[in-house]
Design a protein around this ligand. Structure first.
Ligand code: NAD
Length: 385
């Protein structure tokens, strides 16, 4: 039932890719959200499978459950009357399909694309180019970026920290069970032009997207060492140095190697420190326990401010969706939004991870190719009128 107290119209949303994440998060969130209406599902596989949930529904069951048509391809959906009724699409396919579906969707619909934007730097360039020419929203589902606390950090970095000089980023999770299981092919095996797969693409993509939003830094070259799982070959510990424009430097430490206790207790531990001309901002804690951490601002003018509460990724399955989804739905109905994970942030993340995987192989600094200019890329063939 629509919220009787809200004047906001419903956003009409199609979900592309109906695997583990869509069935457990996007579809139930949308169906419980008063401001959303699902128009269609696109899923090529009649019985989607995931090692993370053996009980995924078939497309026939999804069609009945959500009372919407299920299309086998995005092209079939585009040719359907449901596409005419659709404001926005959520792209939650396997990584390798993000690009193709994204290029067909940008310019016609608002897009919420799952992270990482793509696993190929050239594709990231093309998506970013197309998104920059579109008058529709293009957002990545880096949920941490859309937290109120992240906007606060972003504003404090701008107004108090000044010119960012160095960053320390630490992210640890109890995820060996995920990256050391050979069955979890999508999380551990590189495909296409991917230089590797594991904790970097799967998890550091969140930390990097957050850092690039709050600091605005522009990565230029990367040196990285990785430890790999003996069982699967996936990277499970990544340590990198990222040189950025403006003589700034970041040190990155990510690892899946925390001891696993239980799904509730085994939270992600995150600590970020941002040093700049005005002082240092520290933000850290355990992502599912806000009381475990907070923000501290220590400035050269003597300020020493503590704000309790730590919020990072929002991956609650219950409820009507994380802040990123709420922002997306608002944008789909015409409200002006702050896009805290746009295509340029996605491109920086893909470029950094690509260079990290390359550097881990070559043992050298890998230079990041600057973002291509619009004239060099003929992306127009992918845009719709
Ligand atoms: N934001 C987060 O915290 C978070 C968490 C988990 C997963 N994810 C992301 O969500 C996405 C999906 O992950 P998943 O675990 O559900 O994967 P999955 O493999 O379980 O599901 C992906 C589905 O996409 C379908 N698909 C493939 N190509 C398609 C195409 N061209 N058109 C339509 N559907 C297509 C597959 O058949 C599959 O059912 C990935 O990008 C992943 O990184 C994000």
């Amino acid at each position: 039932m629509p919220d009787p107290f809200s004047a906001t119209r419903c956003a009409h949303i199609a979900v592309v890719g109906a695997g583990w994440w869509s069935q457990g998060w996007h579809l139930p969130h949308l169906s419980r959200n008063y401001h959303a209406q699902i128009t269609a599902i696109v899923e090529p596989c009649e019985a989607p499978r995931s090692t993370l949930n053996p009980d995924l529904k078939t497309t026939e069951e999804l069609q009945k459950l959500y009372a919407v048509p299920v299309f086998k391809t995005f092209d079939e959906f585009l040719a359907s009357p449901e596409a005419e009724q659709t404001d926005g699409v959520i792209i939650a396919t396997t990584h390798s399909a993000h690009y193709e579906v994204g290029m067909k969707a940008i310019g016609r619909f608002h897009v919420l694309m799952e992270k990482p934007m793509t696993t190929d730097l050239a594709e990231a360039d093309w998506l970013a180019q197309a998104a920059s020419k579109s008058d529709h929203i293009f957002m990545l589902n880096n949920t941490a970026n859309f937290r109120d606390s992240t906007e606060k950090v972003h504003n404090m970095v701008k107004s108090k920290i000044g010119q960012v000089r160095s960053v320390n980023c630490y992210m640890a999770a109890a995820l060996l069970w995920l990256f050391e299981d050979p069955e979890n092919v999508g999380w551990i095996k590189p495909t296409g032009s991917m230089q590797g797969n594991g904790f970097g693409l799967g998890q550091m993509s969140h930390a990097l997207a957050w850092l690039y939003f709050v600091t605005d830094l522009e990565p230029e070259k990367v040196c990285c060492s990785m430890l790999h799982s003996e069982k699967t070959g996936a990277d499970i510990t990544d340590i990198a140095i990222v040189h950025c424009a403006g003589n700034a430097i970041m040190s990155i430490h990510g690892t899946a190697s925390m001891p696993f206790k239980s799904y509730f207790e085994s939270t992600k531990h995150i600590h970020m420190k941002i040093f700049g001309s005005g002082g240092v901002l520290s933000y850290g804690g355990e992502d599912q326990h806000p009381e475990s951490g907070g923000l501290r601002l220590e400035l050269f003018d003597g300020t020493d401010q503590h704000l309790p509460g730590f919020y990072f990724e929002n991956y609650q399955a219950e409820g009507d969706g994380p802040e990123s989804l709420q922002v997306f739905l608002s944008g789909c109905t015409g409200t002006k939004i702050l896009n805290a994970a746009d295509a340029m942030i996605g491109r920086k993340v893909v470029a950094t991870l690509d260079a990290m995987y390359k550097s881990a192989k070559t043992g050298q600094f890998e230079v990041i190719k600057p973002f291509e200019t619009a004239n060099e890329i003929d992306y127009t063939i992918y845009l719709f009128d």
